[in-house]
Ligand binder design. Structure first.
Ligand code: ATP
Ligand code: MG
Length: 421
């Protein structure tokens, strides 16, 4: 009797060989675009001390209160699988003195993230993000540049139908004022809000705004918006951002109710949404976090970044029929009859591959007919069959598998790793 099959944990997925080219192509464009903008990749651990996220993401956020994979390791340390990349990037920036290099410091990452959520379309327990973080500039030019990177990347990937929403949630001072205004409003609606909203109302009123409960959302529609309390500096910063985005032709909409789900944001927040994603419509979210480096033990440093959900990106591309094509077709299949010919094929294939030509041959002593079927299945552009006759003459017939045309090819050329004479 066979053993019971083991399946992947809920909310996780394999990227299978037939799809992996999609990931590779997307990642290639992410690396290239980041490089053009002067960003360098950073790689950090999959797990961190839990405290990093409690302090970095905020202990009244959904991510920390409900979604973290936290456990005690064998040394009784509280460890958490990273739910996002910003906190780790800031931790590493401080720990490794990255601020001692030229400013601003520009970093990007392509990482898996872990959140204990209810799996559904566009929402997984293990998912992947591309993200960038920029440290050392408080200028609205940097906000515009960071947003432009996200938009350019999405344009290069061929995604259509996206809308960029921006808002300013103000500096620390504006936030204080807004929290008071918001608290007053929330207290006046206390009877109708859910328990979690009531719990967060005084500790972190801003978090109440992204409650997912539809009844709460209905009430929160009337909440005062942050634009009413912004100080002159924050208003100017936001107006500058709008001006710069307009100057490079990036369309946007101001959404005064946009606050984002993480605690560390100040001033600019933004989201890029797709009409093709259903309920989980946000592909990219980000914003400025001028207090975060200090909050995690570094010197006061302005910062801004975003992250993009790669699974959501792929699902839009799929809906829009824009998935990249696989580019791994075999160039030549060398079929063989008999042991000597197979050895020739083995050597010729090695020489061709050495020269960067994708070549294959038969390992399973298949019939010539079966070998040709295989060549067809793997989409080989050319095929050639070598037997004793060909070995004696030193030439074989090269067949173009697309149009059936044939021409002679010298075996010594193949052994020299050459396809075209
Ligand atoms: P949402 O409101 O959809 O829960 P979020 O505010 O929690 O998003 P962020 O923490 O800003 O998301 O993460 C950035 C991006 O990562 C999101 O815009 C989304 O594209 C993606 N993302 C977040 N959570 C998941 C998940 N559980 N599965 C897949 N992608 C996700
Ligand atoms: Mg979420």
């Amino acid at each position: 009797m066979s053993e019971k099959k083991i399946t992947a944990p809920k909310g996780t997925h394999d990227v299978l060989p037939a799809q992996v080219h999609i990931w590779q192509e997307l990642e290639k464009i992410m690396h290239e675009t980041s490089k053009e903008y002067g960003y360098k990749q950073i790689r950090f651990p999959v797990f961190e001390h839990t405290e990093l996220f409690n302090r970095g993401v905020g202990d009244t956020t959904d991510v920390v209160q409900k979604e973290m994979y936290t456990f005690l390791d064998k040394g009784d340390r509280s460890i958490t699988l990273r739910p996002e990349g910003t906190a780790s990037t800031v931790r590493s920036y401080i720990e490794n003195n990255l601020y001692s290099g030229p400013m601003p410091v520009k970093l990007y990452y392509i990482i898996s993230c872990y959140r204990y959520e209810r799996p559904q379309a566009g929402r997984f327990r293990e998912f992947n993000q591309f993200g960038i973080e920029n440290f050392g500039s408080g200028s609205a030019l940097t906000d515009a540049e960071v947003i432009s990177l996200a938009m350019l990347l999405l344009k290069r990937l061929g995604v259509e139908g996206l809308t960029l929403y921006i808002n300013s949630i103000g500096c620390k001072e504006c936030r204080k004022k807004y929290n008071e205004t918001l608290k007053d409003f929330l207290h006046s609606k206390q009877q109708s809000l859910c328990d979690l909203c009531i719990d967060r109302m005084d500790r972190n009123p801003l978090r109440v705004l992204d409650c997912k409960n539809p009844d709460c959302q209905e009430i929160l529609k009337d909440a005062p918006t942050v634009d009413s309390v912004l100080c002159d500096d924050c208003v100017k910063h936001f107006n500058d951002l709008k001006k710069y985005l307009t100057e490079i032709g990036i369309p946007f909409e101001v959404d005064t109710s946009l606050v984002r789900g993480l605690d560390y944001y100040t001033k600019t927040v933004f989201e890029i949404k797709s009409g093709d994603l259903g309920a989980q419509s946000t592909v990219c979210g980000g914003g400025r976090y001028d207090g975060l480096v200090e909050q995690l033990g570094g010197a006061s440093t302005p910062g801004i970044g975003f992250s993009m959900g790669i699974e959501r990106l792929i699902s839009i591309l799929e809906k829009q029929n824009k998935l990249p094509e696989a580019n791994d077709k075999c160039e030549i299949f060398i079929g063989s009859m008999g042991e000597k010919a197979t050895e020739f094929a083995f050597k010729a294939v090695y020489a061709l591959r050495e020269n960067g030509i994708k070549a294959e041959f038969d390992h399973l002593a298949k019939s010539v007919k079966a070998q040709m079927k295989y060549a067809d299945k793997i989409g080989a552009n050319y095929s050639v069959i070598v037997g004793d006759d060909e070995l004696n003459k030193g030439v074989a017939t090269l067949k173009n598998m697309q149009n059936g045309e044939t021409k002679e090819i010298a075996l010594c050329d193949l052994l020299g790793g050459k396809l075209n004479g």
